[in-house]
Design a protein around this ligand. Structure first.
Ligand code: ZN
Length: 241
């Protein structure tokens, strides 16, 4: 099985289109999304539609839940909050129902998906270091769990009691280890690389690879400005390029 896995699209249609185009050339059997289809950028409706056309499973992200009205925006920063209120005005009730219907976790025979952490997935914790990874490793009854949320790609490996963090983006899976893979973000990377991120998991080859691709950042930025969203949401897309 060859999975195409991505996260944190954040209403960035140019990045989403570019990633889907790249994945269409990768002989993918199954598409999986780790949430935050909406929030921040200017094309929430278009990204939801594109997602629905794809035949893809997704778990819910905090921005999806907030846009659907099932998560309080109290803990959102001011610009994220503005973007959520804007998104709520733009999307339909049907879109909100769809976002609100996404599950917190997904599991099949090969893997688990969760936006934040497996402990209290509805709280959307950030999985940023080994001490925070322990609880998720404890709750995993599959060898690999894919996460998003921080927009920083990287891989935690548990080997017996030892947890290490790899910032390599291509690894061979070993059967006696467990892995938590943060696939990074399609629409708003935060790791000093402005390129959109996505991941391929090939279970036959035992290979996980996080890839990066350039997209038309300028167009996304112009749309954000034209929509009247905070300018910082446009500038941050290219801050690192
Ligand atoms: Zn996000």
């Amino acid at each position: 099985m060859r999975y195409g896995i991505f996260s944190d699209i954040h209403s960035n249609l140019e990045a989403f289109d570019t990633v889907l185009d790249a994945l269409s050339k990768e002989a993918i059997d199954s598409y999986l999304c780790i949430g935050d289809i909406v929030g921040y950028a200017a094309n929430p409706r278009e990204c939801i539609k594109k997602f629905q056309e794809l035949s893809c499973i997704s778990v819910i992200g905090n921005h999806d839940a907030a846009a659907a009205g099932i998560l309080d925006t109290e803990y959102f920063n001011p610009t994220a909050k503005i973007a959520i209120f804007w998104t709520q005005q733009i999307i339909s009730d049907k879109d909100k129902q769809f976002l609100g219907s996404l599950e917190y976790t997904y599991q099949n025979e090969d893997l688990i998906l969760v936006h934040g952490t497996l402990n209290n997935p509805e709280r959307f914790h950030y999985l940023l270091d080994a001490s925070l990874a322990i609880k998720t490793f404890e709750l995993m009854d599959r060898p690999v769990c894919f996460v998003g949320h921080s927009h920083i790609p990287g891989i935690f490996v548990q080997d017996d009691d030892k947890i290490s963090y790899l910032d390599e983006f291509k690894i061979d899976i070993s059967k006696d280890k467990k892995y938590i893979v943060n696939v990074g973000s399609v629409g708003q990377p935060r790791d000093s690389d402005s390129k959109a991120a996505y991941c391929i998991y090939d279970t036959d080859l035992g290979l996980i690879e996080i890839k990066r691709i350039e997209y038309n950042i300028k167009e996304t930025q112009e749309k954000i400005i034209r929509a009247g969203l905070p300018k910082s949401l446009a500038t941050r897309l290219a801050r690192w390029s």
